[in-house]
Design a protein around this ligand. Structure first.
Ligand code: GLN
Length: 385
């Protein structure tokens, strides 16, 4: 067989998705790939049933069904205060996963550099490489995962085409402050780079922290590209609905990338998801409260292991520090925890650029009973291995 493309040597298959397969194989409680084990809101289920009987079984408009885009634009404006033209400033994608790929391919020329904070959600490096770009990394320093402004400025001095910011951040749970986002945007302006945001956890932020939409900052119009998804907000990760929100000029180009990648997101699901976008604002406060409870339950369980862990400000991930258990590396630890404890997490090193092997990432987007059952099993870690 001829050699496959060289650029595929630059990254591996997703470790997160691999751990989910391993969890299923081993019958472990799956706290690896972040998705809920509870149903979406009833309104969405009813709308989905209705959509199956409607005229929605053929392609929707490539860049998104008009009704979906209009409802989406209203929802974005209601939550962020940013006015959005549904016809020119949105492209609907198959999840934020496609949105990020589209954003990166729209922004980058071969050889461009893209700044990625480390630790990072594993897709970003692959997205950059598939776009022909080279990821360059700026560390987020534990325990609060602050970046060092000087390290960031040095990275910008390499003239990157874009910076990727996941806010709230997976896997650290960091919620970027207004000051930090303003500082990053100022550097993006100075070096004429795009600021590509990935914000699927916008509504999963724990008090007193608050989500600041980068798109709402002064000067964001031509520079901030927001990728987002309905997966986490409405507990519909399998529906694969996401979007890119940016200036009309950017979106005009992004539509072309999206069109030739996927043609479009599933038409009946766009129709049904309108019911989610039209939920009252109180729904989002309810979601935050729900996840605050889940966080409290899960962190309580982790406390009983005696091991240190990160305290998320947002999103639903925790990095458990397993260095005292004496494993050779985090892959070995994650495998051992699946096999001997019956709980699946993700080896933390798959999120880090630096050689850091002391964490396993767990998520808590699960029913309280699932979290308690996992917690009970994890207690065994208190005794070591
Ligand atoms: N964001 C989720 C995680 O980090 C997974 C999303 C996905 O697999 N597409 O686990």
């Amino acid at each position: 067989m001829p050699e496959t493309a060289q650029r595929l040597q630059g990254f591996t298959e997703s470790v997160i998705r691999g751990m989910t397969r391993l969890a299923t194989q081993q019958g472990a409680i799956n706290l690896s790939q972040g998705f809920p084990d509870f149903d979406p809101p009833e309104e969405l289920l009813v709308a989905l049933e209705r959509a199956t009987r409607g005229p929605h079984h053929q392609y929707a408009v490539t860049w998104g069904a008009p009704r979906f885009r209009q409802a989406l634009a209203r929802k974005i404006t209601r939550c962020s205060g940013v006015p959005v033209d549904p016809d020119q400033e949105l492209v609907v994608t198959c999840g934020s996963t496609e949105a990020m790929m589209v954003a990166m391919m729209t922004a980058c020329n071969p050889g461009d550099k893209v700044i990625v904070f480390s630790p990072f959600y594993e897709n970003y490096a692959a997205d950059a490489i598939l776009s022909g770009a080279e990821p360059i990394y700026v560390p987020l320093h534990p325990p609060y995962f602050h970046y060092d402004p000087e390290e960031l400025a040095r990275a910008f001095a390499q003239q990157p085409k874009a910076i990727v910011v996941c806010n709230p951040s997976n896997p650290t749970g960091k919620v970027f402050t207004r000051e930090e986002l303003t500082e990053i945007l100022a550097l993006a302006e100075k070096y004429d780079a795009f600021m590509i945001m990935d914000e699927p956890y916008e509504h999963i932020v724990y008090e007193p922290h608050e989500h600041v939409y980068a798109a709402s900052l002064p000067g964001a119009e031509d520079r901030v590209v927001t990728c987002n998804s309905l997966s986490k907000t409405y507990s519909i990760t399998g529906w694969r609905l996401g979007y890119v929100q940016a200036s009309a000029r950017f979106i005009a180009q992004a539509r072309k990338v999206h069109d030739f990648l996927t043609v479009g997101a599933a038409a009946p699901l766009q129709e049904a998801a309108v019911a989610g976008l039209e939920l009252p604002t109180s729904y989002y406060a309810g979601l935050r409260d729900l996840y605050t409870r889940k966080r409290d339950v899960f962190l309580e369980c982790l406390r009983a292991t005696g091991l240190p862990f990160t305290d998320p400000q947002g999103a639903y991930y925790v990095l458990l520090d397993i260095s005292s258990l004496g494993f050779a590396c985090d892959h070995e630890a994650a495998k051992w925890i699946i096999e001997h404890i019956g709980v699946a997490g993700v080896p933390g090193s798959s999120f880090f650029r630096e050689p850091i092997h002391q964490y396993v990432r767990f998520h808590f987007a699960k029913k309280e009973e699932t979290l308690r059952a996992a917690g009970e099993k994890l207690q065994a870690l208190a005794r070591g291995r």
